[in-house]
Design a protein around this ligand. Structure first.
Ligand SMILES: Nc1ncnc2c1ncn2[C@@H]1O[C@H](COP(=O)(O)OP(=O)(O)OP(=O)(O)O)[C@@H](O)[C@H]1O
Ligand SMILES: [Mg+2]
Length: 231
């Protein structure tokens, strides 16, 4: 089985090498946990290997993603329109694209990308007003990605205090993997600790412990060998 480098050494170690090629991985986290940063690592890692990447940013503007990537020392700008397809569709527009499954697949196929990031599916699903519609949109997206054989990161927001499930609570079952990013705050001493945990990764004997990470001017750094004890 071929594995895909996530762009984060610590995460690759936790996974046992990387994510299986062609899989869809859900990245869960509350605001500011580092989901977009993880998306930037994943995109950059593919681009520097000469792969083509599609990044659908439904929330943050393109210039904001590019600015963040530059600050982290993973400048995406030189790749734009060469090998990085960076798009800013509105939620409704993106859902319309997905409804015409064959068109969506053809347009991704034409771009010849091997990695896709959707940031975020939570925004995407706001375009629908019932769980049945939201489920259909997600199934359409996930089937299209599977048919295309691309490796994808689907970013989803969590409610504060519920780090292990997305708001909609069904994406977890559709994807091949689930990774959670979480900030834990201690209001007694002011501490903050960030934890990454692999909740699910089909076909992989992955690390089952939560590991601490920090975000710095290099992006996310995981202390994959550190245990965390929270008293
Ligand atoms: N240069 C930096 N040095 C240290 N930390 C940084 C730096 N840049 C960003 N951060 C941290 O990363 C956080 C933003 O991360 P990111 O945008 O990846 O989060 P997110 O999970 O995508 O959030 P949202 O749900 O709001 O989109 C900031 O709130 C800040 O704590
Ligand atoms: Mg984000």
């Amino acid at each position: 089985m071929e594995l895909v480098d996530t762009g984060l050494e610590g995460l690759n170690n936790m996974l046992g090498g990387g994510v299986p090629m062609g899989s869809s991985v859900l990245v869960l986290g509350s605001y500011g946990a580092g989901k977009t940063t993880l998306g930037i690592h994943f995109a950059y890692s593919g681009l520097v290997k000469g792969e083509r990447v599609a990044y659908f940013s439904l929330e943050e503007r393109k210039d904001s993603i590019l600015k963040a990537s530059k600050q982290y020392g993973m400048d995406l700008e030189p790749f734009v329109e060469k090998s990085l397809v960076l798009m800013n569709p509105g939620a409704l527009e993106f859902v319309e694209m997905l409804k015409m499954k064959d068109n969506f697949k053809r347009s991704i196929e034409e771009e010849n990308v091997s990695r896709v990031i959707v940031d975020s599916i939570s925004i995407m699903m706001m375009a629908a007003d019932s769980d049945i519609l939201r489920r259909n949109i997600l199934l359409n997206l996930s089937e299209s990605l599977r048919d295309l054989g691309v490796t994808s990161l689907l970013i989803a927001e969590t409610e504060v205090g519920q780090p292990y499930s997305s708001r909609e609570k069904f994406a977890e079952f559709v994807v091949d993997g689930v990774i959670s990013l979480q900030n834990i705050y201690n209001d007694k001493n002011g501490d903050e600790v960030s934890l990454i945990r692999i909740l699910k990764m089909r076909f992989m004997n992955h690390d089952r412990r939560a590991r601490p990470y920090i975000i710095s001017d290099k992006g996310i750094q995981i202390m994959a060998k550190s245990d965390v004890f929270i008293g």
